[in-house]
Structures are given as structure tokens and as C-alpha cells.
Design a protein around this ligand. Structure first.
Ligand SMILES: CC(C)(COP(=O)(O)OP(=O)(O)OC[C@H]1O[C@@H](n2cnc3c(N)ncnc32)[C@H](O)[C@@H]1OP(=O)(O)O)[C@@H](O)C(=O)NCCC(=O)NCCS
Length: 180
């Protein structure tokens, strides 16, 4: 596959990426709640379980200048590595911080972390009614490899399909965010 995820170092945005661990479970739950509809909330306990599970990877995006003072998180990503495959479990950027490159930097950090942990291929699922996320993933080079019909419940509306997207994580294959 020719698709590749950009290298966070080459993203060209002023996003500080730091690892997230168990101590951040409450923060990640709060960020998730702020970024997703209320029906999709993940509890602090659920975050802690994911962060404590084998192969889990978490990263926080901090807004520019945050390192010097109090941390000012803009979003986070959670992934899981099993053998040579990685999966993005969730990624979220606060509504007021979107379209500044944080999502791209988080995705790239997860890809780089997964590769460092031995993964050679990255997967994720995205709802067909989520054009922002789909655009982020496609811009990063992920391509559709499958579809789960009716995977996401939409209360009061018809269920929505999940697209399964994937990208290779070959050594040296991460593309910096260079102009076409
Ligand atoms: C999806 C999400 C994480 C993107 O985060 P973000 O920080 O806004 O993304 P970025 O600024 O890094 O965008 C990178 C690229 O993705 C694409 N993109 C992101 N949001 C987009 C939108 N609303 N419309 C069209 N393209 C979009 C663009 O190509 C963008 O590059 P550009 O700004 O140079 O045009 C964010 O919208 C979000 O948290 N959504 C709610 C939670 C969610 O749906 N998570 C994904 C579940 S699968």
C-alpha cells in the first residue's frame, strides 16, 4: 500500500505531544466527553482500563506554549498494539481547538508509537457520517479496506456503517507533512 501517515516532527504545527498514562484517565474522559456526543461518552474507569491494558498507547496534544505553564490539553489519541498490528481506539480534539493540526499530530504520534512498539500496519474505524475524521485519515494516507454495515447506533435514526481504514507503517515510510 502506498498510503503513509505523516511524521509528527514534520507536521508543521506547533503542537506539543506528550505521552498519556493511567494518571490521565480523568482528563482523557473529560476531553472525550467534550469532543463527542453525550451518548458516546467514555468514563474515567473505561479510560483507565484501556490505558492499563497491554499494548495500549496514549498521547495528549498540548496547545502552543502550554509546556511553560499549566498544561492546556487540546486533545488525545488512544491506540493499541497487538503483535504487528495497531488500532486507533479513539482520537479527539476539543471543538474550539480544531483545524489547527492537533488531530494530524496526534494521529502521527500514535502511528510513530505503534511502529516503535513493533506494529507494521495501522487500522481504525470511522463512521460514514463523520466527514471531518474521514478527511483527517484520508489526508494522512489511510485507505478503505472494509465496511461494517450498521455498526454505529444513532438513536432515533438509522444505524450508520463503519469504514475500516488501514495504512502500512513501514520503516521510513512515514511521510512528513510536505507540500504535494
Ligand atoms: C476528527 C478530529 C479529531 C480532527 O481533529 P483536528 O485537530 O480538527 O484535525 P486537523 O486540524 O489536524 O486536520 C487535519 C486535516 O484533516 C482534515 N479535516 C479535519 N477536520 C475537517 C473538517 N471538519 N472538514 C474537512 N476536513 C477536515 C483536513 O484535511 C485537515 O487539514 P487542513 O486543515 O490542512 O485542511 C476532530 O474533528 C474531532 O475531535 N472530532 C470529534 C471526535 C471524532 O469524531 N473523532 C474521530 C472518531 S473516528
Amino acid at each position: 500500500m502506498s498510503g503513509a501517515i505523516p511524521d509528527p516532527a514534520g507536521c508543521g504545527v506547533d503542537t506539543a505531544i506528550v505521552p498519556a498514562g493511567l494518571a490521565h484517565a480523568a482528563l482523557l474522559a473529560a476531553l472525550h466527553e467534550a469532543a463527542f456526543p453525550p451518548t458516546e461518552a467514555w468514563s474515567e474507569a473505561a479510560m483507565a482500563t484501556l490505558l492499563a491494558s497491554p499494548g495500549s498507547l496514549g498521547f495528549l496534544a498540548l496547545r502552543p506554549g502550554a509546556q511553560a505553564g499549566a498544561p492546556d490539553p487540546a486533545g488525545f489519541v488512544l491506540a493499541r498494539v497487538a503483535a504487528d498490528e495497531a488500532e486507533i481506539l479513539t482520537i479527539a480534539v476539543l471543538p474550539g481547538a480544531r483545524r489547527k493540526g492537533h488531530g494530524r499530530a496526534l494521529l502521527a504520534a500514535a502511528a510513530q508509537g505503534a511502529r516503535a512498539a513493533g506494529a507494521r500496519r495501522l487500522f481504525l474505524e470511522v463512521a460514514t457520517d463523520n466527514p471531518a475524521a474521514a478527511a483527517l485519515y484520508r489526508q494522512a494516507g489511510l485507505v478503505e479496506v472494509g465496511r461494517r454495515r450498521g455498526y454505529y447506533d444513532r438513536s432515533g435514526a438509522a444505524p450508520v456503517d463503519a469504514l475500516i481504514l488501514a495504512s502500512d507503517l513501514g520503516q521510513g515510510g512515514l511521510r512528513a507533512d510536505e507540500p504535494d
